[in-house]
Design a protein around this ligand. Structure first.
Ligand code: GRF
Length: 202
């Protein structure tokens, strides 16, 4: 299945997905790595792996989120993507993109949802005093970090943890979880060719 990755930064989760997809037995082929930041290190990782990359900078679009998303959507279609993995894509999506990719857009979030949606999850987990933290792969819907959960991995919160040590422990799990969740998703719920088809089979 052709799968596109959307990112804005470092790209360590993208790297995990790219590595997994290098195995011919893995059901995803990465057809595009797309960023809203031209300087995102994640694009370099993808180029080094010989994958098609594209940056569509959001800044020239100013406040016109919809126009930026239309350009992103056109690039995804052009690449033949049948599913999209958000991997550190740091812009909020409008209903245009979430609806266009409903049921075939995945996200990874660094907390055990529904706890701690949004930013600064590790700081907030420490403040809340939780003893177990982790990460979640979920389908993207209109509400931020709200869609159906596809997979989760838990880590302990240890005495003396800082946001950095906790983030690092969670991140190692993210790199395991995301490829597993994508494999499971593609194997059990192969995405439909379009959202219109998705409505037909629902
Ligand atoms: C990860 O913590 C991910 O869960 C969150 O953004 C971060 C992206 O990191 N959505 P990377 O770019 O994949 O290294």
């Amino acid at each position: 299945t052709p799968v596109a990755i959307l990112l804005s930064g470092r790209g360590s989760n993208a790297t995990a997905l790219i590595r997994a997809a290098q195995d011919p037995a893995f059901p995803a082929r990465i057809c595009l790595v797309l960023s809203n930041r031209p300087q995102a290190p994640g694009l370099d990782v993808a180029r080094a792996a010989g994958l098609p990359t594209l940056a569509i900078d959001h800044r020239p679009y100013g406040k016109d989120r919809a126009a930026h998303e239309r350009a992103m959507h056109a690039a995804l279609e052009e690449a033949g993507a049948q599913a999209v993995c958000l991997a550190g894509y740091m812009r909020l999506l409008t209903p245009f993109l979430t609806q266009a990719w409903a049921g075939r857009m995945l996200n990874i979030h660094p907390s055990l949802l529904p706890s701690f949606p949004g930013l600064h999850t590790h700081e907030r987990a420490l403040e809340a005093g939780v003893r177990v933290h982790g990460c979640t792969v979920h389908l993207v819907t209109e509400g931020m970090d709200e869609g159906p959960i596809l997979g989760q991995a838990a880590v302990p919160v240890l005495a003396g943890d800082t946001a950095e040590t906790l983030a690092a422990r969670v991140l190692r799990q993210e790199h395991q979880l995301y490829p597993q969740a994508l494999l499971h998703f593609l194997t059990n719920h192969p995405p439909c060719a379009s959202s219109a088809d998705a409505l037909l089979v629902a």
